[in-house]
Design a protein around this ligand. Structure first.
Ligand code: GDP
Ligand code: MG
Length: 297
């Protein structure tokens, strides 16, 4: 009989949730960024070992939402927390308002929550700092366990994984054993492009951009994957920023995204990227759904 379970990963933007999923799975499936609010999709990382399978869900949202796009993402987060077997609450410093806000979500659900102190590699914490961080949280909520880790340097991850695997209940495998994410190839490629936009642009530009893959075709003649990418932005000025002076920024975005795709799918790739202005898309329900950020129902 197999054992299985679902684990949601939540936390303030930038604490290392996507990095943690990538480290656990051992491959890049979720994009990471130094900028907040990167994750829009509910990304699943599927970990299978022997007779056990854990599906990790990188939960976006959980900040006070303003526009329609982010309100939808927030509702999705709440539903996820109710449905999973365990929640990993990732933090990288003492409790603040954002963390208290997230803890308020836990109060109305029965799912057990584990406190994960990430980035212990760079905390080169003065003695007692980790204890201080832990203390600031355990007064506020009854966590089932506490794990100091480094997602980036792969510290204490085995320890955490062993505990998660130990607690699994009997259940079916939800995905084939060789599957590591439920995201389509197109979604992953679009996300790689979005990661570079996040890296190379500032302020509202990354948050008002959406990326779609318009064509994905293997070219027999050139033995390469032809990928047409469309980047949507809200304004003409944002288009100019993404393209950059005589196209230099878009070139860099394309180059790095292409390398990620080559790496991930082990195939030579040719990327064509266009940028298009679509005014008001972040507040248009139809566009939000078309870009893949709608709810499942
Ligand atoms: P998310 O917004 O919670 O998904 O955070 P990301 O996974 O995108 O990470 C945000 C930033 O923190 C990135 O620049 C990561 O490289 C960095 N980061 C994540 N985990 C660690 C860690 O364990 N140690 C250090 N030093 N940096 C980390
Ligand atoms: Mg993320």
């Amino acid at each position: 009989m197999t054992k299985s379970g679902f684990v949601a990963i939540v936390g303030r933007p930038n604490v290392g949730k996507s990095t943690l999923i990538n480290t656990i799975i051992g491959k890049k499936i979720a994009i990471t960024s130094t900028k907040p609010q990167t994750t829009r999709h509910r990304i699943s990382g599927i970990y299978t070992k022997n007779d056990k399978q854990i599906v990790f869900i990188d939960t976006p949202g959980m900040h006070k939402a303003k526009d329609l796009l982010n309100k939808r993402i927030d509702r999705l987060a709440v539903r996820t927390l109710r449905d999973v077997d365990k929640i990993l609450f990732v933090v990288d410093k003492e409790i603040g308002m954002a963390e208290e806000h997230i803890i308020s979500y836990f109060e109305n659900i029965n799912t057990p929550v584990y406190l994960i102190i990430n980035k212990i590699d760079k905390l080169n914490y003065k003695k007692g700092r980790i204890d201080k961080i832990i203390l600031s949280y355990i007064n506020k909520y009854n966590f089932k366990g506490v794990y100091p880790i480094s997602a980036k340097e792969n510290e204490n991850i085995t320890f955490l994984m062993n505990d998660l695997l130990k607690d699994l209940k009997e259940g079916p495998f939800y995905y084939p054993t060789d599957m590591i994410t439920d995201q389509s190839e197109k979604t992953i490629m679009a996300e790689f492009v979005r990661e570079k936009i996040l890296k190379y642009t500032e302020e509202e530009v990354p948050h008002q951009s959406a990326v779609t893959i318009e064509k994905l075709e293997y070219n027999e003649e050139y033995k390469q994957l032809d990928v047409n990418v469309l980047i949507y932005v809200e304004r003409e000025s944002q288009k100019r920023i993404i393209i950059g002076k005589s196209g230099t920024k878009l070139k860099e975005i394309g180059k790095e995204a292409r390398l990620d795709i080559n790496n991930r799918f082990k195939v030579k790739t040719h990327l064509n990227i266009w940028v298009k202005v679509k005014k008001g898309w972040t507040n248009n329900l139809r566009d939000i759904n078309v870009f893949g950020y709608g709810l499942d129902d």
